[in-house]
Design a protein around this ligand. Structure first.
Ligand SMILES: O=C(O)CCC(=O)C(=O)O
Ligand SMILES: [Fe+2]
Length: 214
């Protein structure tokens, strides 16, 4: 428990950070689920970028497979397997996250989850989540090591931005006028996670989205 609980904060219009939204039980359940999803086929891999490099973050997708910069039902940039399904309970968790943070949004019914794993060296550059046809919110759940989540503006990768510490169990939702904001993860804090979580190190982030595709 925090000596001084971190308050819920609206970082920008439509962008809400809720510390410790997930109970310790939910966090352990999600870590365990991520372990299963990470297994092949269609398991954890570092996506290859058009530049030829690889992302330092490793990702497994549910519902739709994302690779730079599109969605597919099969792992076209890997073993070709069908993407794993997005479980109904995870979609329901996402729906609850939006209902509790952005009550004016229509009901959220995600059909994609990207599960990102960050080892001590991984980071994610500033980008927009722009491969979805839908402009409904993005729901982000963090597990394991703390990170610095950089939440910027909708114009470019540069300032102004806000650095938000995301810790295990935190929820971050960005929709409405913030949906196309640039964001990234400049660093994690290796070893900061609670050992009781059942992760041997690193950070997990789950983003839930509506693809707008069928
Ligand atoms: O790891 C995070 O908190 C952000 C992940 C992200 O921006 C993405 O998957 O598009
Ligand atoms: Fe993103």
């Amino acid at each position: 428990m925090e000596l001084f609980p971190r308050p819920r904060t609206e970082i920008a219009p439509g962008a809400v950070h809720v510390p410790e939204w997930l109970s310790p039980e939910w966090q352990r359940r999600l870590v365990e689920a991520c372990r299963e999803w990470a297994r092949p086929p269609a398991g954890l891999r570092s996506a290859r970028l058009p530049s030829g490099g690889r992302m330092s973050v490793r990702t497994v997708c549910l519902g739709w497979h994302w690779y730079p910069y599109r969605y597919s039902r099969t792992v076209d940039d890997g073993d070709g397997s069908p993407v794993k399904p997005l479980p109904g309970w995870l979609a329901e968790l996402g729906a609850r996250a939006v209902a509790e943070t952005l009550p004016d949004e229509p009901p959220f019914d995600p059909d994609v989850a990207l599960v990102n794993f960050y080892d001590a060296h991984a980071r994610m550059g500033m980008h927009q989540d722009r491969d979805e046809l839908s402009r409904s919110p993005v729901v982000s759940l963090s597990l394991g090591d703390e990170c610095v989540f950089r939440f910027g503006n909708t114009e470019n990768r540069a300032q102004p931005y806000t650095d938000v510490p995301l810790r295990s169990g935190d929820l971050f939702v960005f929709g409405g006028p913030s949906r196309m904001a640039y964001h990234g993860v400049p660093r994690t804090l290796p070893g900061s996670a609670d050992p009781g979580l059942g992760m041997s190190g690193g950070r997990l982030n789950i983003t839930l989205r509506e693809s707008g595709m069928s």
